[in-house]
Design a protein around this ligand. Structure first.
Ligand SMILES: Cc1ncc(COP(=O)(O)O)c(C=O)c1O
Length: 393
C-alpha cells in the first residue's frame, strides 16, 4: 500500500494485497485448521488456526493501521478481547481503575468472574478529574481502563489527563474506542498504551458478526495478548474476520454519516416537548461540550434520552417504534433502540447503575444510516401514539 496517513485509503487497503497465486483482489477466507510444515520446525508463519490465521492477520494489520499503531490481536468477541487484556496483564492483588459507566459486560467480567481470582476493580467517575486523580493516586494501580464516551451515559473522560495520571502511577492506560473508532478519536495520539475494540460495532458495521481487538504500539504487550489468546482459545473465526475486513473498508464514510444523522436526531429530540433530557456529545447543551470539541472530531452515533413521564414512558416509546429496531447492539447500519437498565447493563448492580447515571428511564439510540427524517418520523409517531394511549387510559 502507498504510504499514506489518509484514513479512507488505510481503511480500504491496509493489511491486504492481491493473492500472489491467483491475483484475487480480496484476501481469501483461509478456512483451514492446520498448515503443512516444510520440515520439523520450518513453517510459513502459521501452524494451527487457534494460534493464527492469514485472514485474521490481514484484519489485524488493517486495524493496527487504522488506529496508527504497529500491532493488533483479533478475538472472537469484544469481551474475549477484554478478558485477554485482564488475564494477560493482571494477577491476584492487582488493582484496575475503571470508568464507572462502561459496557455492562465489562463490569460483570470484573465483578463476577475475575474478583474471585483476587483482581481488584475500582469503578469511579473518570469524567470528574478530581475523583479520577484521587482513585489512581490511591494506588498501587496496575491498569487504568476508560471508555469514552461511556456506554450508555456518554460521559467523556479526558484521555490526555488519563494518560498523565496513569503514567505517573506507573500504570498502563487502556482506552475502549468502540464508540467513536479511530475515525473520530485518536487515543494513541493522546498517550494510550492499548486500544480495545468491539469490532461487532462500527468497524464491521452491519450487524453481521461479533469480534474484538486489542491494539498497541508495544511489541511485548502484543506478544502477551497473542499468547493469552492462543492459551485460552479465543481467536476470531476466518469468516468473521473476512466480513470485518469488508466492513472496515467503509468505516470512515459510515461513521461520519452516523454522526451527522445523530446530530440531526438529537436536535429534534432536544426541542420535543415530551423529551425531558437529551444527552449527545455533539450538542452545545452537552455538559462536556468543550471536551467533545477538543478530543473527538464529532459527536458520534449514540444518543441517550429520557421521555417525560419516567421509566414507563421510555418503555412505551421503545415498544411503539416501528423503524427503529428494539435490540441490543450499537454501531450498525440499522438504527437500534435499547433500554440499558434491562438490556445491555442489566448485569450492572442497581447501585452502580444509579451512581453512574444509568436511570431506569434512560433510552439509548444507536443512530443508523437510514435517512434521518424517517427515524425522526418514527420517533415522532411513537411519541404521539404514547400520548394517545395515555389520554384514552
Ligand atoms: C463499548 C463496548 N465495549 C465492549 C463491548 C463488548 O463487545 P462484544 O459484544 O463484541 O463482546 C461492547 C458491547 O456492547 C461495548 O459496547
Amino acid at each position: 500500500m502507498a504510504n499514506t496517513k489518509n484514513i479512507e485509503t488505510i481503511a480500504l487497503h491496509a493489511g491486504a494485497a492481491p493473492d500472489p497465486t491467483t491475483g484475487a483482489l480480496l484476501t481469501p477466507i483461509y478456512q483451514t485448521t492446520t498448515y503443512t510444515q516444510e520440515a520439523v520446525g520450518v513453517d510459513k508463519g502459521y501452524t494451527y488456526s487457534r494460534a493464527g490465521n492469514p485472514t485474521v492477520s490481514a484484519l489485524e494489520r488493517r486495524l493496527a493501521a487504522l488506529e496508527g499503531a504497529e500491532y493488533a490481536t483479533c478475538f472472537s468477541t469484544g469481551l474475549a478481547a477484554t478478558t485477554a487484556l485482564f488475564l494477560g496483564l493482571l494477577k491476584a492483588g492487582d488493582r484496575v481503575v475503571l470508568s464507572e459507566a462502561v459496557y455492562g459486560g465489562t463490569v460483570r467480567l470484573l465483578r463476577e468472574i475475575l474478583a474471585p481470582f483476587g483482581v481488584i476493580a475500582d469503578f469511579v467517575d473518570t469524567s470528574n478529574a478530581d475523583v479520577f486523580r484521587t482513585a489512581v493516586e490511591r494506588g498501587p494501580t496496575k491498569l487504568v481502563f476508560i471508555e469514552t464516551p461511556a456506554n450508555p451515559t456518554l460521559k467523556l473522560t479526558d484521555i490526555a489527563l488519563a494518560s498523565e495520571l496513569s503514567h505517573r502511577a506507573n500504570a498502563l492506560l487502556v482506552v475502549d474506542n468502540t464508540l467513536l473508532t479511530p475515525v473520530l478519536q485518536r487515543p494513541f495520539d493522546l498517550g494510550a498504551d492499548v486500544v480495545l475494540h468491539s469490532t461487532t460495532k462500527f468497524i464491521e458495521g452491519h450487524n453481521a458478526t461479533v469480534g474484538g481487538a486489542l491494539i498497541t504500539p508495544d511489541r511485548e504487550l502484543h506478544e502477551r495478548f497473542d499468547y493469552v489468546r492462543k492459551s485460552t482459545g479465543t481467536i476470531q473465526s476466518p469468516f468473521d474476520a473476512w466480513l470485518t475486513l469488508q466492513g472496515a473498508k467503509t468505516l470512515p464514510l459510515r461513521i461520519r454519516q452516523h454522526s451527522e444523522n445523530a446530530l440531526e436526531i438529537a436536535r429534534f429530540l432536544e426541542q420535543h416537548p415530551q423529551i425531558e433530557r437529551v444527552i449527545y456529545p455533539g450538542l452545545e447543551s452537552f455538559p462536556q461540550y468543550e471536551l467533545t470539541k477538543r478530543q473527538q472530531s464529532s459527536g458520534g452515533a449514540l444518543i441517550a434520552f429520557e421521555v417525560a413521564g419516567g421509566t414507563q414512558a421510555g418503555i412505551d416509546l421503545m415498544n411503539s417504534v416501528k423503524l427503529c429496531a428494539l435490540a441490543e447492539n450499537l454501531g450498525a447500519a440499522e438504527t437500534l433502540i435499547t433500554h440499558p437498565a434491562s438490556m445491555t447493563h442489566s448485569a450492572v448492580p442497581a447501585a452502580q447503575r444509579a451512581s453512574a447515571g444509568i436511570t431506569d428511564g434512560l433510552v439509548r439510540l444507536s443512530v443508523g444510516l437510514e435517512n434521518p427524517a424517517d427515524v425522526i418520523a418514527d420517533l415522532e409517531s411513537a411519541l404521539e401514539r404514547r400520548v394517545a394511549v395515555a389520554h384514552s387510559a
